[in-house]
Design a protein around this ligand. Structure first.
Ligand SMILES: Cc1cc2nc3c(=O)[nH]c(=O)nc-3n(C[C@H](O)[C@H](O)[C@H](O)COP(=O)(O)OP(=O)(O)OC[C@H]3O[C@@H](n4cnc5c(N)ncnc54)[C@H](O)[C@@H]3O)c2cc1C
Length: 399
């Protein structure tokens, strides 16, 4: 039976980055992913699922050599971030104010994953099982026995590891098999992602307006369209309303967007759309003996501030630091008491970000005129105190 230092279940953005980060420390790594990532062709339309990737995440993707390929494919840097509710409270965060050339990039999730997998396939210390799925696992004192299923042949594969890492997303099977509980709830709202052609050429700003029914936002996308450029619109609303909007033709949806989004959006043409439920999940622990949870398997956050995968990348960085420090100090890195340092490094930070998003969500969905006045004053005050504003921006960018 093959034996690995680490077995990672889930080769999405977080799991794939984790595989490369740990293999770069000299560990033998196996990664298990149920779907084969699809190849890239520049004629392919932009994928609906995109993420705002922070500066800190860009550094990590550079460290694992996935960034140069993303630059060669397609991405859209943004330098400014505008937020407001009432127009008088408009606040703009700028990269120059924190001495950076940009605040982040909007990138298709599948391209991030594909670029990581190109590196995984070249890495001598990584064995990939793809397409394959986790079937079961059992832990004993110092090792975990893992059973996989090859998704093409249905053949069983048995492997062993010192550490089993769950990066298998919000519905983590590893988390369930390990009987790790969660706290969480479903928000009353859903988010609709809509790709549009915009009259404006490729933009360098991402903006979000808070409305009583939920925020509406624009993320700039790369490339030139017949109309000018592209953008991804995010529309948060009650579940029933998102269901109604999703059933409309692109032409009718376009009319509704123009009625509900701010005028600065300008002329648009809808080209693709999809709806996503909003959930909050937080695992009661990120570690159980030799089993660790990372990324959405550990925490699923309201996507309002585009932090989900960025938190997952911070988990990867923390685990890499814990293990490399232990190796440098001559400790046995796979001992549960050493691995426990990963949770100590990450839990408070993840909880703080999740709670901040929930507080913002609750405050902006409060209908009271007094609360509305207070939150607009709050945004305006933040705008007038550059120290606070830049500190918050630097934290969100991870610098
Ligand atoms: C509407 C919306 C917008 C968002 N926007 C942003 C944003 O702008 N910025 C941001 O940072 N985050 C954003 N997020 C959050 C972000 O998408 C997630 O945090 C991120 O995808 C989590 O990555 P992950 O690798 O942990 O999990 P996933 O992306 O869920 O990947 C899990 C992987 O595991 C595989 N897998 C699952 N089970 C098994 C199994 N049993 N065996 C083998 N493989 C398995 C899956 O196939 C998948 O590839 C957004 C989320 C939503 C819903």
């Amino acid at each position: 039976m093959k034996n690995f230092d680490c077995v990672i279940i889930g080769g999405g953005m977080v799991g794939a980055t984790c595989a490369l980060s740990l293999a770069n420390l000299g560990l033998s790594v196996a990664i298990v992913e149920q779907h084969q990532p699809k190849g890239f062709d520049k004629a392919q339309p932009l994928d609906l699922r995109v993420s705002a990737i922070s500066l800190a995440s860009e550094h990590l993707l550079t460290q694992v050599a996935a960034w140069p390929q993303l630059l060669r494919w397609r991405l859209c840097p943004y330098k400014r971030l505008g937020v407001w509710e009432h127009s008088y409270s408009y606040t703009e965060f700028k990269a120059v104010d924190i001495k950076q050339s940009h605040l982040g990039h909007i990138i298709e999730n599948r391209l991030i994953q594909l670029s990581l997998w190109q590196q995984i396939r070249k890495h001598q210390a990584i064995t990939s099982f793809c397409p394959a799925s986790l079937s079961d696992f059992s832990s004993s004192e110092n090792e975990v026995n893992v059973t996989l299923v090859n998704n093409e042949t249905s053949a069983q594969i048995k492997i062993k590891t010192k550490t089993l890492i769950a990066a298998d997303g919000a519905n983590s099977q590893v988390r369930k098999l390990a009987n790790i509980g969660i706290t969480g709830w479903d928000y009353q709202q859903s988010a609709m992602l809509i790709h549009v052609e915009t009259q404006t050429k490729q933009q360098d700003i991402t903006w979000q307006q808070f409305c009583e029914t939920g925020p509406v936002a624009l993320l700039p996308l790369p490339g030139k369209s017949d109309l000018g450029g592209y953008a991804s619109l995010v529309w948060y609303h009650q579940k029933a309303e998102i269901k109604r909007l999703s059933a409309l033709s692109n032409e009718l949806l376009q009319v509704e967007i123009l009625q509900n989004f701010p005028q600065r959006l300008g002329k648009i043409k809808v080209i693709d759309k999809g709806a996503f439920p909003l959930k909050r999940r937080h695992a009661n622990t990120y570690q159980q003996g030799q089993v660790l949870l990372l990324g959405d398997a550990a925490h699923t956050i309201n996507p309002m501030a585009g932090q989900g995968v960025n938190l997952g990348f911070k988990d990867v960085k923390a685990l890499q630091t814990v293990i490399s420090t232990a190796i440098a100090n001559g400790e046995c890195w796979s001992q549960p008491n050493v691995l426990a340092r990963y949770e100590s490094m990450r839990r408070k930070d993840n909880l703080l970000m999740m709670s901040t998003m929930d507080a913002l969500y609750a405050s902006f969905s409060h209908p009271s005129p007094a609360v509305k006045l207070l939150r607009n004053i709050g945004i305006s005050v933040a705008n007038k105190v550059p120290f606070l504003k830049n500190k918050a921006l630097a934290y969100a960018c991870g610098v």
